[in-house]
Design a protein around this ligand. Structure first.
Ligand code: SER
Length: 319
C-alpha cells in the first residue's frame, strides 16, 4: 500500500465524500453545546445528535466531518496497546434520513478498496448477529464469507440518543502481530493486536433511553447513517508501523519528550502516555476547557496528573 501521511489521509476522506455530494462541516469544539449528557465530544455524531433525532434541521441531509474527540473510557489502555488514545480525530460520513445501509456499505467499499487501494484480502468485517442484510450486502460486493464475523456486540450506543446495529471494518496486520491465537480471539470478539478496527458504520435507527431495554427503544423519525474512522489508526496502517506512537503524528511529540527527559525512546509506556495526554490536554485547553475538581475540568486534571506521574518515571521533575 502507498505510504500516506496524516494530512493526506484526512484530505482524501473529505474529498471522497465531497464527490458524493456530502456537505463538509468543520469539527465542532470539544465542548458540547446544549448537551448535558456529555462532558466532552466523544464521536463524530455527538454534535449532530439533534439532526438525527429530528430536533434541528441539518444544512444538508448528507454530511461529512473530521471531528475532534476525547474518550477516556479506555484510558488504562493508552500506552499499553498499540492503538488506544484519549484524543483522536474521527473521520465520518453521515446521512440524516437520506441514504441508508446499502449505499453506506457501497461508499465504504468504494473508499477502502477503489479509492484508498486497500487489498480486499486485508479487510474483515464484523456484523450484528441479527443483521443478515448487511452480511449479504458485503458478500454481494465480493467480500468472502470467511472475512465476515457475526457478533452480538455490534450495536452502537453511547449514552442517550441515536443508536443502532453496526458493521465494523478491520484491517489484518498479518501474522507478525499474532497467529492462530489472534485469529481465534478476533472471531470471539476478544482483545488482540492483529486485526485493528479502522471504521465503524452505524445504522442509526433507534433512540437509546436510560432505563429502557434495547428491544424497546423507539424508532428515530428517520433512518440515519453514522460512521466513524479513527484517523490515527489509518496512519498506523498506511505507514505500516508497529504502534500508533510510531506514526508521523506522534514521532515529533516523542522526540520532544526525549529532549526534555534526556532519555531515548524505548517504546515504553511513560513516553506514550505523556505523548497522548499532552496532545489531549492541548486540544481541550484550546477549546477553552480548564483544569479543576469537577466534571470536564476534572478529566483534564486527571490527564495532567497521570502525565506528571509518568514524567517522574522518566526523571522529569520540573513542570
Ligand atoms: N458513532 C460511531 C462510533 O463512534 C460511528 O461514528 O464508533
Amino acid at each position: 500500500m502507498e505510504k500516506l501521511g496524516l494530512n493526506e489521509i484526512r484530505s482524501r476522506f473529505t474529498k471522497f465524500f465531497e464527490s458524493k455530494e456530502h456537505y463538509i462541516a468543520k469539527s465542532h469544539s470539544l465542548i458540547p453545546s446544549n448537551d448535558k449528557s456529555l462532558l466532552l465530544i466523544n464521536s463524530g455524531m455527538a454534535p449532530l445528535k439533534n439532526y438525527f433525532s429530528g430536533v434541528e434541521i441539518p444544512p444538508k441531509n448528507r454530511m461529512s466531518t473530521v471531528q475532534k474527540c476525547i474518550r477516556t473510557g479506555d484510558i488504562e489502555n493508552v500506552g499499553v496497546t498499540k492503538r488506544h488514545l484519549t484524543f483522536f480525530e474521527m473521520m465520518g460520513n453521515f446521512s440524516i434520513g437520506d441514504y441508508f445501509k446499502n449505499e453506506a456499505i457501497e461508499y465504504a467499499y468504494e473508499f477502502l478498496i477503489d479509492y484508498m487501494k486497500i487489498p480486499k484480502e486485508k479487510l474483515y468485517m464484523t456484523v450484528y448477529t441479527h443483521d443478515l442484510e448487511t452480511k449479504n450486502k458485503w458478500m454481494s460486493l465480493g467480500i468472502e464469507e470467511s472475512h465476515l464475523v457475526l457478533l452480538d456486540g455490534n450495536y452502537w450506543e453511547i449514552g442517550e440518543g441515536p443508536s443502532g446495529p453496526d458493521t465494523e471494518i478491520f484491517f489484518d496486520r498479518g501474522e507478525e502481530y499474532g497467529g492462530e491465537e489472534a485469529i481465534d480471539a478476533f472471531f470471539n470478539d476478544e482483545e488482540q493486536e492483529r486485526f485493528i478496527e479502522i471504521w465503524n458504520n452505524v445504522f442509526s435507527q433507534y433512540n437509546a433511553k436510560k432505563g429502557v431495554k434495547r428491544e424497546d427503544y423507539e424508532e428515530l423519525p428517520s433512518k440515519n447513517i453514522d460512521t466513524g474512522a479513527g484517523l490515527e489508526r489509518w496512519c498506523l496502517i498506511f505507514q505500516n508501523v508497529n504502534s500508533i506512537f510510531d506514526t508521523d503524528l506522534f514521532q515529533p511529540i516523542i522526540k520532544e519528550i526525549e529532549k526534555i527527559s534526556k532519555k531515548t525512546y524505548d517504546n515504553s509506556t511513560p513516553f506514550k502516555v505523556i505523548a497522548d495526554h499532552i496532545r489531549c490536554i492541548t486540544m481541550a485547553l484550546s477549546d477553552k476547557a480548564n483544569f479543576g475538581n469537577t466534571g470536564r475540568d476534572y478529566v483534564l486534571r486527571r490527564l495532567l496528573r497521570r502525565s506528571v506521574r509518568m514524567g517522574k518515571k522518566l526523571g522529569i521533575n520540573d513542570p
